[in-house]
Design a protein around this ligand. Sequence first.
Ligand code: SF4
Length: 400
Amino acid sequence: MDHLLDWFPDRLESWLGERRQPAYRAGQIRQWILRRRVDQFEQMTDLPKQLRSQLADQFFIWSSRLLSRQQADDGTEKLLLELADRERIECVLLRDDRHHRTACISTQVGCGMGCRFCASGLGGLVRNLSTGELLEQLLHLDRLLPAGERLTHIVVMGMGEPLANLDHLLAALAVATDSQGLGIGARRVTISTVGLPAGIVRLAEAGVQYHLAISLHAPDDALRNQLVPANRSVGIKAILEAADHYFQTTGRRITYEYVLIEGVNDQPCHARALAALLRGRKALVNLIPLNPVPELPYRTPAWAQVERFVQLLQTGGINVHVRYRKGDQIEAACGQLRRRTMETVSFGREGPKDSGEPIPTSHRQMACGTEKHTPGRTVQLSGQEAEGGSSGRNRFTSVT
Ligand code: SF4
């Protein structure tokens, strides 16, 4: 049997054509599943009975099952899904008081990018998700909403690197944004990438209006190589060039995501370097105070440090938002819930790009400039930077 959602929309039309069914039947089937939240072919009452029976013989609609559902006080809900091969993924529904109902979906089981502060990257990449598995996350989340509500936005920010699974992602988003599909406007879709230049260029050429967010997390290659090992073979310069191409092609402003980690990348010198890097670009910096992962030693900066970082970026002429964490009570950091529920840590067939130890605390007290990232050297708080630091804990900014 086949997963019907993998056959949307073209293959399903062909299949129907082979059975002498008109093409509009495909639209009817999509409507039943995507808009009317029906789960059984038998319930599709405007289809001929024989066709319903043929569909049931050939296809299944759901390939995953819901393992757990967690809800936070702020309305955020996180689902843990088990796929047909028993791998597990997470997806999240975010609600806000502007009536936005946002689905955050995963694109891979695990992730091969190996970011040091991320639970999803700890076990490496297992596999890409299929188009149907991507769509199915949206359907699970949509069905959490009451009858009068629909998903309004999609953020592709869950487990995995979206641009490493671009074919399936584009196919799933085409269905999600189609007026015959989930009907979510393309400009309400955000794809967040660690920064794969070839994928960014391909996305730019795809003729879609998705919003692109690049997870930068560091203003220079020396620090980024440590936080995001995938950067070693790419470099920030190539990422920014691809991002500029995306902006020129689509006209859509790029968002640069920056997870603030206490004592690692949250210092005033990092803010100034980031402002210098992005100056002159049509860009928004999204600052995200770290959502801590219990297995990892990184901490969330004090609020005063976040404010100082914002202020320095704004002084440098950069547009800034601070993204508040949602769903703290439900392990909403990507990959956390999946890891906790795995009986044993299942390491991927393709390990993380960098399987080294997390950066030890003494090595994390890093300042700007390549030579200053030397691990294990003595660091001292300078008077100038001390002015910006608040509590002083781990606020080391110059190397002696
Ligand atoms: S932050 Fe994103 S790209 Fe990095 S390891 Fe986690 S899921 Fe992968």
